[in-house]
Design a binder for this molecule. Sequence first.
Ligand code: NAD
Length: 249
Amino acid sequence: MLNGKKILVMGVANQRSIAWGCAQAITQAGGEVIYTYQNDRIKHSLSKFVPETSLLVECDVSDDAAIEQTFAEIKAKVGQIDGIVHAIAYANPEELEGKVYETSRSGYLLAQEISAYSLIAVAKYGRDLLKPNGSIVTMTYFGSERAVPNYNVMGIAKASLEASVRYLARDLGADQIRVNAISAGAIKTLAVTGVKDFRSLLEESEKRTVDGQSVTIEEVGNVAGFLLSDMATGVTGDIIYVDKGVHLQ
Ligand SMILES: NC(=O)c1ccc[n+]([C@@H]2O[C@H](COP(=O)([O-])OP(=O)(O)OC[C@H]3O[C@@H](n4cnc5c(N)ncnc54)[C@H](O)[C@@H]3O)[C@@H](O)[C@H]2O)c1
């Protein structure tokens, strides 16, 4: 499905990361993966399990100059690319508990910056590199639509991310670039452990799946592979649930 395609995957921190599920699915479908990492600590973790020949490029999305530099480096080393997986989010743990009206201005802005604005910045600098029929896929969560306990400021950032997907899809359509999000079910990753009482969130979520088993990073990765492929040229500006039906019940 992805033979000959070069896909940039942003957001692998470890082998539990949703981005790692995406990278594996892309590889299995015949695609080549380029990785970005947030900092040296994550590079060290990554280099233990990604294939030795992979290109790894640093990219801290809190800095526009760093994003621009990342895409310039990728352009110089691999040329044009076919797709981007954006699987990045962050909020201060102290904002992922309690009452939303206690959210600090700085905590709100940080969550928006890393979890929502970064998609716009990535689209801005990635646009030049993406070939026609290019595809951008980001990761969202149901907490954008429903008031999920403790998800708070991240739910607000995810709502912003989903709106950004729609506006970007409109504006990149003329460049033949599609933009979609996957609304993944709750999975135990590093990011989730920042949410207070995350064990209850994971248990409750698993209970609400149609078969009592949480979705996996492989299942999310497979749908990302589809959205990145030419099988999905008719899909843009959409949010696709990959949550084993949690949003239904
Ligand atoms: N785990 C879940 O239950 C779940 C459900 C739905 C959506 N998501 C979303 O999936 C995405 C991936 O998260 P995950 O659950 O795989 O957790 P994860 O912790 O494995 O991945 C989060 C990634 O964000 C990166 N990141 C954070 N700040 C950054 C910065 N300033 N610059 C560059 N990278 C930065 C981290 O380095 C890490 O690689 C996130 O957008 C998350 O909100 C997760």
